[in-house]
Design a protein around this ligand. Structure first.
Ligand SMILES: CC(C)(COP(=O)(O)OP(=O)(O)OC[C@H]1O[C@@H](n2cnc3c(N)ncnc32)[C@H](O)[C@@H]1OP(=O)(O)O)[C@@H](O)C(=O)NCCC(=O)NCCS
Length: 237
């Protein structure tokens, strides 16, 4: 069974409410990246970095490892990797002062988005009615929640593939939902890859987590246990 470590961080954990300073969080090589970011993007970026570093620390069972000793960089395509652990996999997402990250030894992708309205044109661009029906059966909330969930499911898979939005959202197809996981097919050149995606709603945001179906249903191991207990899964997990 695939085990992944997941971490969710909210902005108040990173700011003045804690004694964490930039030097405690960032590896010296990361400070330049932070300084080059636009001011408005810095807080979210930091949430993502804290989340992935906490997940990594837990993943390697080194609770005393300083966050600043973990260096996270991005490949040319934007995909993140942990320099200390180049043969492992990680994924990062940040939105509206929250960060979500996962670390595992197989390809994974995560996405977090604030629930908000989307235009009809965007909905038509990303999803077919059949897929909407699959997700609608698992959602009790609004249309905005439905569409945001669909979006995060697809983006988590597109990130796990390493493409992000470089591929068309409709090449990723939500086919089913069983025992708490969506099954998703992604056409990738000549191959079709199958994924499990777990989705959850918490604090006005949708979270989706994708892993390859061939490794079996993943065990989702949260660094911050309190998070999962306050979240509502879109189905019984
Ligand atoms: C990945 C992508 C969908 C991000 O979507 P978003 O909703 O705006 O942002 P999120 O917060 O959910 O995700 C951002 C994270 O995705 C990750 N990411 C970026 N590109 C990625 C890729 N190709 N594959 C997997 N993960 C990627 C990064 O870790 C990034 O966070 P970081 O910059 O703090 O390290 C979008 O950036 C994308 O499509 N990128 C790839 C295509 C592209 O434009 N490449 C040019 C790179 S120069």
């Amino acid at each position: 069974m695939l085990t992944m470590r997941l971490s969710h961080v909210i902005i108040s954990e990173v700011g003045r409410d804690t004694d964490l300073s930039l030097g405690d969080i960032l590896h010296p090589h990361e400070v330049g990246v932070y300084n080059r970011l636009a001011g408005y993007a810095r807080a979210d970026w930091l949430c993502g970095r804290v989340a992935v570093k906490r997940a990594y620390r837990d993943y390697v069972c080194k609770q005393n490892l300083a966050l600043s000793a973990v260096e996270v960089a991005n490949k040319r395509n934007g995909q993140p990797y942990i320099c200390n652990h180049a043969d492992g996999y990680c994924s990062i997402s940040h939105s509206h002062g929250q960060g979500l990250a996962a670390v595992a030894d197989h390809p994974i992708g995560v996405d977090i988005e604030k629930i908000r309205p989307h235009s009809r044109e965007l909905v038509d661009y990303i999803v077919d009615q059949r897929e909407l029906n699959v997700v609608a059966r698992t959602i009790q909330g609004s249309t905005d929640q439905l569409v945001t969930t669909v979006w995060t499911i697809k983006e988590a898979v597109m990130k796990a593939l390493g493409f992000g939005l470089a591929i068309a959202p409709k090449s990723v197809v939500i086919s089913n939902h069983q025992k708490g996981f969506y099954t998703v097919l992604a056409r990738c050149k000549t191959r079709v890859l199958e994924w499990y995606v777990y989705s959850v709603v918490c604090d006005g945001c949708c979270f989706s987590i994708a892993s390859l179906l061939s490794y079996g249903q993943p065990k989702l191991d949260w660094v911050n246990q309190s998070f999962i207990s306050t979240a509502t899964a879109s189905d019984e997990y």
